[in-house]
Design a protein around this ligand. Sequence first.
Ligand SMILES: NC(=O)c1ccc[n+]([C@@H]2O[C@H](COP(=O)([O-])OP(=O)(O)OC[C@H]3O[C@@H](n4cnc5c(N)ncnc54)[C@H](O)[C@@H]3O)[C@@H](O)[C@H]2O)c1
Length: 473
Amino acid sequence: MPPITRGLQDGRRRVSVRIGGVDASGRLTRREVVAAGMAATVGATVGLPQQAAAAARPETPPRQGETMADVPFERHERVRIGLIGCGGRGGSLLGDLLNVPGVEVRAVCDVRPERAARAAETVAKRGGKAEAYDRGPEDYARLTARDDLDLVYIATPWEWHVPMAVRAMRDGKHAGVEVPAATTLEECWALVDASEATRRHCVILENCCYGYSELAVLRMARAGLFGTLTHAEAAYIHDLREILTVGEGEALWRRAPHTSRDANLYPTHGLGPVANYLDANRGDRFATLVSLSSREAALSEWVAQRFEEGDPKRAERYVCGDMNTSILRTTRGRTVLLQHDVVTPRPYSRLNLLQGTKGTFADYPARVFLDGQEGHDWRPLGDFKAEWEHPLWTKEGETARKLGGHGGMDYIMSFRLVECMKEGKAPDMDVYDAAAWSAPTPLSEASNAAGGAPQLFPDFTRGAWESRPPVDL
Ligand SMILES: NC(=O)c1ccc[n+]([C@@H]2O[C@H](COP(=O)([O-])OP(=O)(O)OC[C@H]3O[C@@H](n4cnc5c(N)ncnc54)[C@H](O)[C@@H]3O)[C@@H](O)[C@H]2O)c1
């Protein structure tokens, strides 16, 4: 079992300095607590879905094991991996993993036998040997039960993430879970509880934290270039109308939540990097969220225009508003604008903005404005490259760009996770991040259903956030 390097809380006295609606100890003001309580009441009385009403409850369930915050991996000479889900994403992750030094992919699993077989062939072509598991939806349990795996990568539809990750951890493996890690607060807690009880890590595979710009901006923020950080913006704005309706791949499962939930369904790509900039779960944490959705229109219009009368899709009723906008506030009074729109014709953006008292970074395109600079124009991030490029990109950038997954950040993510396992470091993104970055789905759903009422973020770290150092990245 890995050693525990840090206790839950260091017993420091809480300092009560009021910043905006919260105090520096992370407590919410009375007004916010009352508002959140009202949201819970509204949820209960108008019969909202269970997860919406539950989202307003800030209670922290009893801990089932010691914290996993900053617990290092045991050192590994090589990292033996099993992959569950060999579809679009799993296939791409597999290609990256087979190029990471020290990785052995020993097992692959998919309910579609041809996909598991293709993944096993890919491994064989690279001189390895992976057993294929393809005997139905529960067959992943035979993979996680193997005694020769260190890590299980999970790239399946969302509903499978938590059962598979929990099973992997219970079977003694670390889990790497695709995004979002969980879709309800109950699922978020299930991951936290399983990780703490089993002493296994549950790493959210948030590749966007490893983008070239994101890692450079993290370094610039750390060095104080933007001064005291006050606000950030994050989003997943990606026109997926074709992908959601094409009849294969993600269309088989990813359209369904649009018929049942009005929420930010995919919060982590934008929020993960911003959470790192703001030291969320490491000295600060997300405390409250308010959210409203626009009306739904684009997906139903698309389906009506593209598909003939009689196509079952035309009978579907979409409830997820085209644009969901949330505002989060942290215990230290920073705000985050968080948006989700996967149906509007507009160019891709994760917004990725960070501002402070001395300057601002904004993405799409990546640009910087610093206090005192000449003129009023943005400067391209490229001007700062020589000084602020992250060492991971300096070292691994060429391989990453050649492999190409999302501009190379996919490879950097897997390289870095394996490096942490080989060197016996704690993961950059742990179960608390998996839970906190995924929680905006149920929280935005509850807030929107209650007319934008504030929702309290659970403290998934159960207090550890206050004394943790920033992510060592
Ligand atoms: N990080 C990123 O940039 C990124 C990009 C795309 C997708 N994703 C995430 O990756 C995950 C998978 O997405 P995808 O695009 O690969 O979808 P996909 O539909 O192409 O692949 C999912 C695969 O899982 C398999 N599967 C389903 N149930 C299973 C079960 N019980 N046991 C074993 N296999 C099972 C399916 O047969 C399919 O091959 C999702 O969580 C998605 O959000 C992340």
